[in-house]
Design a protein around this ligand. Structure first.
Ligand SMILES: C[S@@+](CC[C@H](N)C(=O)[O-])C[C@H]1O[C@@H](n2cnc3c(N)ncnc32)[C@H](O)[C@@H]1O
Length: 221
């Protein structure tokens, strides 16, 4: 059974939108959102590219676009409030190299993206689903990690951050001794990845005195 039919990593709730988010959604939707096949097919002309999975309010996505104008930055998020925030930033800073997917990343990766496609895939502070009965909702499980590996180019990087130590430990176990990955240290990364801005989720974790954990994996084959 495809992963998209087995993995539901979010529960969509009707969140409140600020007036800024609502305005950004109505004014900039057409420019940035990949909501039809034609728009989607046009993005693959740009190379190289980064995918930011579950971008939240889009602080990282906007920063990546600003620091890498020659790259395509693709962000995926299911919540309209976060998308509104990113649209507003993208417009304010005239960022023309961002495209946004307002949908579940799993069927997108399974069905719409060819293999060996991204230089970098980021997943920062994915929902930890801390209760044991909900662990099956975590995005980072074996099949998803294999899917990410397939979609990266050779030597492409998967960068994962979490403040949930159990999620971190379980993910490390999944890739331990996996010949498809090699673990990198932060010193191996390009400068723009070392100086990433702190997102609101990261700030909350720091305020709660939770440790921030990072795993940087490079696709070997
Ligand atoms: C805790 S937030 C982290 C946001 C951001 N990466 C950061 O570092 O601030 C996780 C985000 O992942 C999004 N998300 C969860 N499952 C997703 C999926 N299957 N596809 C796309 N986004 C998803 C959620 O809506 C949420 O905004």
């Amino acid at each position: 059974m495809p992963l998209k039919d087995r993995l539901k990593s979010f529960v969509l709730r009707r969140g409140r939108l600020t007036s800024n988010q609502s305005r950004a959604l109505s004014e900039h939707w057409d420019k940035y959102i990949l909501d039809n096949e034609e728009k989607l097919s046009n993005i693959w002309n740009q190379d190289p590219s980064i995918l930011d999975i579950g971008f939240g309010s889009g602080e990282t996505t906007a920063y990546l676009a600003k620091t890498n104008p020659e790259m395509l930055i693709l962000g995926a998020e299911v919540y309209l409030s976060g998308i509104g925030s990113l649209l507003s930033k993208a417009n304010e800073e005239s960022l023309n190299n961002i495209k946004i997917l307002n949908s579940d990343i799993v069927p997108f990766l399974e069905d719409k993206v060819s293999d060996n496609c991204f230089d970098l895939i980021l997943m920062f502070y994915p929902d930890p689903w801390p209760k044991r009965k909900h662990h099956k909702r975590r995005l980072l499980q074996k099949d998803f990690i294999d899917l990410v590996n397939k979609k990266l180019k050779q030597n492409g990087i998967f960068y994962f951050k979490t403040d949930w130590v159990h999620y971190f430990d379980e993910t490390k176990k999944l890739v331990n001794n996996d010949i498809n990955w090699r673990v990198l240290q932060k010193e191996n990364l390009k400068e723009y990845l070392v100086n990433l801005p702190k997102t609101s989720f990261e700030m909350k974790a720091l305020q709660a005195k939770r440790k921030l954990n990072e795993l940087i994996l490079q696709k070997t084959c």
